[in-house]
Design a protein around this ligand. Sequence first.
Ligand SMILES: [Zn+2]
Length: 408
Amino acid sequence: MKQIMVALFVLSFHFKGFSQTFLTAPIRSHIEFLASDELEGRGTASLGEIRAANYIASVFKNASLRPAGTDGSYFQPFEVSIGIEGNAHKLTARNVVGFLDNGANKTIVIGAHYDHLGKGFQGSSLSPNSKNQIHNGADDNASGTAGLLELARYFAGNSVTEKHNFLFIAFSGEELGLIGSKYFTEKPSIPLTSVACMINMDMIGRLNPDKGVIVSGWGTSSMWGKMIPDLAKKAKLKYTVDSAGVGASDHTSFYLKNIPVLQFFTGTHMDYHKVSDDIDKINFEGESQILSLIAGLLREVDKQSNDPDFLTAGNPHTGATTTDFKVTLGVMPDYSYSGKGLKIDGVSKARPGDKAGILAGDIIKKLAGKEIGTIYDYMEILGQHEKGEQVEAELLRGSETKIVKVTF
Ligand SMILES: [Zn+2]
């Protein structure tokens, strides 16, 4: 009965003229491989990560994308320091980068991280007794990686030569703190000034049609709000928005380089960062709809005479709200830090944090006389201040405590 219903739905869908651009079968087969036990959870710098990278490169190659990693390969290696049984070890991880060269001046970057938690030795698992258990990460983020691969095949395989080039990047080191995307934006294979915008997909496999997709980065360009509502309506896709350009995924690294960004996310769930994030709960139809929305959006962006403008909207907050703060420090929190206070991973130039002398690596313990326990305390404090106000921040730099004056 269910099968017949699906068939009727698809037929009526075609009848109305919306042919399904993104088939569920290839999405499924990418996730099947990436989230299989064979890859052992794709831990950063593990053998499973390398095998996933090889798979991604082979799809890029079959789509005739040009290698855009290091030394003419698809791979961009970078060093990570991973704590294993209490000791820090330097290991090599890699981004996988493919370029669709349309001979244009400007390039649209499409990204998704492909690393996950491996066998639970690298921290951040929420499963009890997680050590030596495979974390397949079907939603986080085999789903986004599958989306990246299908968008690559779509733009490389269509009969249109767009007015932009496309750079497809599968990031590693995301779960350890956006390390791969940060590395890419420091050592980009194309000039960052030629990047028109960056579209990220992190966890797009669990669409609940009633709740819709969460679109973050909405406030980073005025173009998003002009285009997405109509496109979502056409795709019959509900959505909620989050204006912030800073969030817990790789779009943040690009936003901090003043590039308009969008991040697509189907929401958190009971299996998030647990060994139970498996393929059986993936909504392939839902992912296909989201990819149609993204492809439609990129076709529209490509047609415009101007590239998306960049707007500042960098307040770190999560959830599906349109709430925005009037002030921000312009700093990127280290999401992998679990101690007290707000650990700073990056500081945007010429923003209040930078002007106050806050550096990457500092831990903000107090702001405006209030203790910061978690990032949520920080957000709450920001919400209580106006532009132009001056407050004190208490920092821990190494073992030294410092007080600086911040002007919002
Ligand atoms: Zn993720």
